[in-house]
Design a protein. Structure first.
Length: 142
């Protein structure tokens, strides 16, 4: 799962239960209403039947909440993600207009890892355009 923009006012932004060999890479998960108590997350956890999630990567995501823990035993890699503050001032061009591209000077610019990053962003722009891959679904283009 890569290059997705999820805008919701519910807990489940991206949720995987009992996932195997899954990748959540360069996604943006944001709260439709930053004052809302329900904060959407990226979650990788065991299925309700107890089956563990294994061999998963959670990388380069920009999210309001990360509810996933790296685990050597289950081979879950969690790195180069950023958790947004509430409100996410300075991160996006115009969130009220649903423009979640990077704002100039956004803390998400050049903060990602190139390992398994998609070559194109959600708008099919090349990645990276700066010194490193941006975190989230969109690559900053000055």
């Amino acid at each position: 799962m890569e290059n997705n923009l999820v805008v919701t006012n519910h807990w489940h932004g991206i949720s995987l239960y009992g996932a195997r060999h899954s990748r959540i890479v360069n996604n943006t998960v944001v709260d439709l209403d930053p004052t809302d108590a329900q904060t959407p997350w990226i979650l990788v956890t065991a299925h309700k039947n107890g089956t563990a999630s294994t061999d998963c990567v959670v990388r380069n995501n920009l999210t309001t909440r990360l509810n996933t823990t790296a685990s050597t035993a289950d081979r879950i890699v969690v790195d180069s993600n950023l958790v947004l503050p509430k409100p996410p001032t300075g991160y996006f061009v115009a969130p009220a207009a649903f423009d979640y591209r990077r704002a100039p000077g956004s803390p998400a610019i050049d903060q990602g890892s190139s390992a398994i990053a998609p070559a194109l962003d959600a708008d099919e722009a090349p990645r990276p355009t700066g010194a490193a891959v941006d975190v989230g679904a969109y690559e900053y283009a000055p």
